[in-house]
Ligand binder design. Structure first.
Ligand code: ZN
Length: 89
């Protein structure tokens, strides 16, 4: 595994959250948008625990920024999309 450097064939769009609305700066979808989710899974594939910590901190910040919305769960939005690890040894 080499890793580390950015692949020049893969243009980097940041897909950063725009607060306090927590929409994507790049595509305008609710953050984390589909592109960001795919990016995060790639970046954190060897350290899923760190990804959970990162998303948890985003969730905590978004909970302060966003008013409670009936019928939607910020926890589902920020963390619920994570695939379960197939097996723990
Ligand atoms: Zn996006």
């Amino acid at each position: 595994m080499t890793g580390g450097a950015q692949d020049p064939a893969y243009p980097v769009e940041e897909h950063t959250p725009s607060t306090p609305e927590w929409t994507c700066d790049t595509c305008g979808a609710e953050w984390p948008c589909a592109a960001k989710r795919a990016r995060l899974l790639m970046e954190y594939q060897v350290d899923r625990a760190a990804l959970s910590v990162y998303l948890g901190s985003c969730l905590a910040a978004a909970t302060e920024d966003l008013p409670p919305a009936p019928g939607t769960s910020l926890q589902d939005r920020f963390i619920g999309w994570l695939p379960r690890t197939p097996r723990s040894i």
